[in-house]
Design a binder for this molecule. Sequence first.
Ligand code: FE2
Ligand code: FE2
Length: 305
Amino acid sequence: MVAGLTIVRGSDRRENIEKKATALDLLVQQGSFDVTRQHIVAGKYFFLDEASEWEGFEFIYVLSGELHETDDNILLRAGDYIYHHGLSARAHFQVEKDTDLLLISSPPSFHLMRDEIQEILQLVRSVEEKDEATEGHCHRLERLAIATGEKLNLNGDQLITLSYAAYLHDVGKVKVPDEILNKPGALSDEEWVEMRKHPEYGAQMLEDKEFLRDAAKVVYAHHERYDGSGYPRGLSGDDIPVEARIIAVVDAYDAMVSDRPYRKALSEKETIAELQKNSGSQFDPQVVRAFLRVIGGSTGGMNVA
Ligand SMILES: [Fe+2]
Ligand SMILES: [Fe+2]
């Protein structure tokens, strides 16, 4: 081997990285540069943040897949690349097909991004472990919420907030005692008081992270009801963030079509009837309409795995 040359084979790490929805792999960190490979699955959104005073440099090369720069409506495919020395506004991307990116940035940003993503995934895992009824629920919710948000023409920032908030809506349940969370019978009044604290707990956990601050507000409001009869603040109508109004509908839908220890899943037809019945009271009618378009009114139901 020529002195000074390093060769790393990719076959070992490839499989590991491709299993995850969003995975980052630091390839080289040299001085003030990071070289990172990122795998992102179709349907995800991400953004490059505004940094007008930034001294750094970021280069992104599309290795495979397809992504859509939504602000200028540009489609990027394998071989395309983008770079910048700081942006005057946030740039938004939607991943159309599973995509692999090679990122080179200075100063290094990899550790920051990875720690934040890992921390979030860990939080969600801890809720799913604690609350047996919700396995896979967060992921399904995120997907359905985003599809509904698109139908309602939410902008890129709102869709990103919605994506985080949908995924993390019940993260506050990690602070609710297990005996309450998994109690087979009905909860007592005091137990309900504790259970109903989970939106507030969740918001507290998220709000000290800059990039989750908007999502924290949505998490705080995900059990509000359109007519003001929800909790914790009894907000109504447009005072409830639209992202939270979407999560309320999608959350109810997913709960109804899933088996629970105390009841069987409802059929698709019964679930739709239930959503329509509560449209205008519990749910925002506009959101219900958009959501029903997402699930397509198809008689066979949609695959929400
Ligand atoms: Fe909740
Ligand atoms: Fe939920």
